[in-house]
Write a protein that binds this ligand. Sequence first.
Ligand code: AMP
Length: 228
Amino acid sequence: MDGSNHPETAPVLILLGPPGAGKGTQARVLQEKFGLVQLSTGDLLRGAVAAGTKAGKEAKAVMEAGGLVSDSIVLEVLSDRLSEPDCAAGVVLDGFPRTTGQAEALDEMLAVSGQKINAAIALEVDNVKMVLRIAGRFTCGDCGEGYHDTFKPTTTDGVCDGCGSTNMTRRADDNAQTVMSRLDAYQLQTEPLISYYDAKGALSRVDAMGDIEAIGQSIAQIVSKVTA
Ligand code: AMP
């Protein structure tokens, strides 16, 4: 991988946390507030599956089962996206890295362009409650706004508050059984990254069980400090 076309000062932020912790929601907030590009490996992989690429065909069954796609496929889709010019503004990584191998590969890739991670922000939640949170969520297929049957319903049933679209989508892997597998994968393979970034002095922790806006403000304070 080669991020050498990106300036040394471009911020690189990581959002860590189990499925349902709000990584996608908060990455979108950071994108708006700081002009960073949200890079979700889940979104990139779902795009590859929908497009029927070789990587997508290999990833499909693993994603449906709630497991982790191989590091080589994930690194391939991520490095392709990272080499696009808009990422020179800085990125917020959502759902990546998820294994120690991915974290090491990211460090190596950034070192090529003299960059390093500004912060890894761990969104701390009650893992058990995440099943409830995920099972009711849906997204506007046109503008990407996220909703939840119980916690954040649309004002008019089936109509996006933001753009008026009725094109609402639910992820195939947001069912209770797959969510349990995704939580297991998180605890086994991703949670150790909290110590990985703590040891580097790059970790910040945020209580992510409360109000979305307040959590966004806590994260923004951290980002302002590390990018000043
Ligand atoms: P997400 O949208 O981040 O919840 O990811 C959805 C699914 O995509 C996960 O359950 C994994 O199967 C796969 N996936 C996303 N990001 C990664 C990653 N960094 N490493 C391995 N698998 C991933």
